[in-house]
Design a protein. Structure first.
Lengths: 58, 687
């Protein structure tokens, strides 16, 4: 049961990492800010600019 | 415990040898797909446990006491120590594209055996080694890119060559994957509607994230996925509607134009509106479908219908011309060894590695998983009846334009199929015809639909599964097109900014529009060339893509070998030099044949000469003269592009070998450019 829970946590962690939700949480924590529309916009603009300046794999 | 371990690994090694021997030597009897699964799975386990560990421990001497850039430069953004299994999934999602799915499907024209063996050996000895070593090099250099490392480790020539190679590869890559989508969707209102629907869905997701529920990416992705599935059902209605169906029934050129316009818009529009939401959706769908396909194969355990070898090993294949050596090895790039992976291994991933030892599962392990995806694609293609496989994949210029002519030609090759059979199959999947869909996507979708439908729903929902598979392939191919066009635009702006400063600014709209247009027109030209090609386009473009991708792998392995030498690991040089030597031999042979082979279907120049001779002899109808002149120009252009690839890589290769000889002789300084050693203070609970 414990292993199953660890696995489920891992899957959720992966999905949150792929969706940038974890990165957003880290960003808020690092800057000591609260979630808001403006904060998300600031974060996602920087994140996406960086993400799409590199080619995607074939 | 140790003895139990030895026995366990001994059993896995025996199983691997037994199943590899079985698929290699078995003839005349149907082979179950589980033979391929077990041969690949057990070989990959052995490769990971022993070869990967050997490289990690002896060659790289990974040291968990050494702080990684994720720890030293931690900024909560791109540099962040991440759990190794989460990073494994992240890295795998980044390297897995259409390549490992389409390549094996195309290479199945030789039979299942050559491609399967190449995927297994290539991934263990080549692809995984390249990904792992480049990840290690970048991790020890604060996450530097391949281009930066090439410049610093080899020299200026290496850096410029790497940049130019990447730009050229991207143009060919975008054209060839767009061609796969065009060939899958032409004359298919169901497929075209479903893919068209993903665009407003992506825009809706973008607006949802921006204005209604900022930050809720998983939530909006779930909504987006539900909408995409709904659009597949709606597509069936569209296909049956006499009025609406005609709006979505498009020919090759119209579809190519639509994709070109889409690529331009996606590149010029704000990234949050279309590109990013589509990318989130495509990543989740990609991972989900790969898992589904794996589970489907294990559950259904289908028999392979294609033989181990087909008659086309002689080089006269209908999908692409050329013998097994070298063409099988460049057709399957991403499932065995792909230069593009080196860009990912020197991109985001090295900045997220918490401990050096994690590079082993992330770098080496992810590539083995990608090899496994390629094996699954090979199985999905080979579960089709050979006649059906060739009817779907052969261009009209080879087998004949009518169903009767095509089936007669394919039956005469020894792969019986009838026009009536093909008609029933097309009706079952909700299509008007399945002939002449060169490119791999439709035959892969048919194989996947066959496996899924056998597992759940039966023939009644074959059409849904077929279009689900087409949607899945097209969705992430279009994501590559829009992201690739954008990156190409950035690269071009970066270059042109040196000539005229405003062009380098990504916020200057005339510059954005102008450079987007140039990039789109560059790959769009090759796309239209492929669509117009009487041999289906894949025959000329896929080998070009395979050659260029593996030449990039050669560049990466040159960098890796140089770093190993500078680390005083000369006695382990062979781990990168063996795959490098193989790639050089394969790609240079393929490149040479594509340019100079006297056979018109293989050699670009021979094709141009044949067409020119027909023109000069007056054997071309007046209405076809302009088209023939274009074909001649295109064949010569392809020869030039292929030649440029070979010259660029020769330059970096010569530069590297001179450096290696200098270091080995002691006439050149082996100056290491690693970031300084800092003791890691990262606690296990932090990751």
């Amino acid at each position: 049961m414990k292993r199953l829970r660890t696995f489920a946590r891992m899957v959720v962690g992966l999905l949150r990492e792929l969706s940038d939700e974890s990165a957003y949480e880290r960003y808020l924590a690092a800057h000591g800010r609260e979630h808001s529309r403006e904060e998300w916009r600031r974060f996602s603009e920087k994140r996406l600019r960086m993400k799409y300046s590199k080619p995607k794999c074939c | 415990m140790k003895v139990a371990g030895y026995i366990g690994w001994g059993i896995i090694a025996i199983v691997a040898a037994y199943f590899l021997g079985g698929i290699a030597l078995e003839r005349g009897e149907p082979v179950n797909s589980m033979w391929l699964v077990l041969a690949a799975g057990c070989t990959f386990l052995i490769g990971y446990r022993f070869y990967g560990k050997f490289i990690a421990a002896k060659v790289m001497a990974l040291n968990d006491e050494r702080a990684t850039p994720a720890e030293r430069l931690r900024n909560g953004h791109d540099f962040e120590p991440t759990n190794k299994w989460i990073l494994f999934g992240h890295h795998f999602a980044a390297i897995a594209g259409p390549g490992p799915l389409v390549g094996p499907t195309l290479a199945a024209q030789f039979g299942y055996l050559p491609g399967t063996l190449w995927i297994i050996l290539g991934a263990v000895l080549g692809g995984a080694v390249q990904d792992f070593v480049i990840l290690f090099c970048s991790m020890r250099r604060d996450g530097k890119s391949l281009g930066q490392m090439a410049r610093e480790e080899i020299g200026k020539v290496g850096g410029i060559t790497a940049l130019l190679t990447v730009l050229l590869i991207m143009i060919i890559l975008l054209a060839v994957v767009a061609l796969v989508v065009v060939n899958a969707l032409k004359g298919s209102p169901w497929g075209t509607f479903t893919i068209a629907a993903t665009m407003p869905i992506a825009v809706f997701m973008g607006l949802y994230l921006r204005y209604w529920r900022p930050g809720k990416v998983l939530e909006v992705s779930a909504i987006g996925f539900a909408l995409v599935v709904a659009s597949i059902f709606a597509g069936q209605w569209v296909a049956h509607s006499s009025t609406v169906a005609s709006w979505f029934t498009m020919g090759g050129i119209a579809l190519a134009a639509a994709i070109i316009i889409y690529g331009f818009l996606a590149s010029a529009l704000p990234v949050w509106l279309l590109l990013a939401p589509r990318d989130y959706l495509s990543t989740f769908v990609k991972l989900g479908v790969v898992l589904m396909l794996g589970a489907g194969i294990l559950f259904v355990r289908p028999e392979l219908e294609l033989p181990a070898f087909t008659r086309f090993v002689d080089g006269d294949g209908p999908i692409f011309a050329g013998k097994i050596f070298p063409f099988c090895f460049i057709t399957i790039a991403c499932g065995a060894i792909s230069g593009f992976h080196s860009l990912i291994s020197s991109g985001t991933t090295p900045k997220m590695i918490a401990k050096e030892s994690h590079a082993w599962p992330v770098g080496y392990g992810s590539m083995l998983l990608e090899g496994f995806v390629a094996i699954m694609a090979m199985i999905a293609a080979c579960v089709l009846q050979p006649g059906v496989f060739f009817a779907v994949n052969s261009p009209a210029g080879i087998v004949g334009a009518t169903p009767e002519a095509a089936t007669a030609t394919i039956t005469a090759w020894g792969f019986p199929v009838t026009a009536a059979e093909m008609e029933v199959l097309a009706r079952d999947v909700g299509e008007r015809t399945l002939f002449h869909r060169t490119g791999g996507a439709p035959s892969l979708a048919l194989g996947m639909a066959h496996i899924f439908a056998t597992g759940a729903g039966g023939k009644a929902i074959l059409g849904f599964w077929y279009h689900f598979a087409i949607m899945f392939e097209a969705l992430f191919i279009l994501t590559i097109i829009d992201a690739g066009t954008r990156v190409g635009r950035f690269m071009l702006q970066d270059l042109l900014g040196h000539v005229y400063k405003p062009l380098g600014r990504t916020s200057w709209m005339p510059g954005v529009i102008g450079t987007s247009a140039v990039v789109v027109l560059a790959w769009g030209y090759f796309l239209v060339q492929g669509v117009r090609d009487p041999f289906g386009g894949i025959n000329s473009l896929w080998p070009l893509f395979g050659i260029s991708n593996q030449l990039l792998a050669a560049v990466a392995l040159c960098v890796a070998t140089t770093v190993l030498l500078k680390m005083h690991r000369a006695r382990y040089m062979w781990i990168t030099c063996v795959p490098l030597a193989w790639l050089v031999v394969v790609t240079f042979t393929a490149g040479w044949q594509k340019i100079f082979s006297p056979l018109p279907r293989v050699g670009f120049l021979a094709e141009a000469a044949q067409l020119q001779a027909a023109l000069d002899a007056g054997a071309v109808a007046a209405a076809k003269v302009t088209e023939t002149n274009t074909l001649i120009f295109n064949a010569r252009l392809d020869a030039v592009v292929c030649g440029i690839f070979l010259v660029l890589v020769s330059l970096i290769l010569i530069d590297s070998v001179r450096l290696w000889v200098g270091i080995l002789r002691g006439t050149r300084e082996a100056r290491i450019t690693e970031s300084p050693f800092v003791v890691s203070r990262l606690r296990p609970e932090e990751i």
